[in-house]
Design a protein around this ligand. Sequence first.
Ligand SMILES: [Zn+2]
Length: 75
Amino acid sequence: MLKDDLQLLFRVRRDKAPQDILAAIDRSAKVNGPGDLIRCAGCGEILYDVSSPETLAEHGPHRERASEQRRFRCS
Ligand SMILES: [Zn+2]
């Protein structure tokens, strides 16, 4: 029955999708290589986890100060 065949096809594709996605990510990573390092806009320190609470607590004020200085230079 067509409906059963389509459901089977859909199930097979869903099972295969994560492997295809992982393979595509691996290929892209090899082609693109590592990205640029992310540095704090204020102090220049390399940030390895920009969204961690510790990083935000330490470098958030640096970023705000750097942002204010840029704003003053432009006006
Ligand atoms: Zn900083």
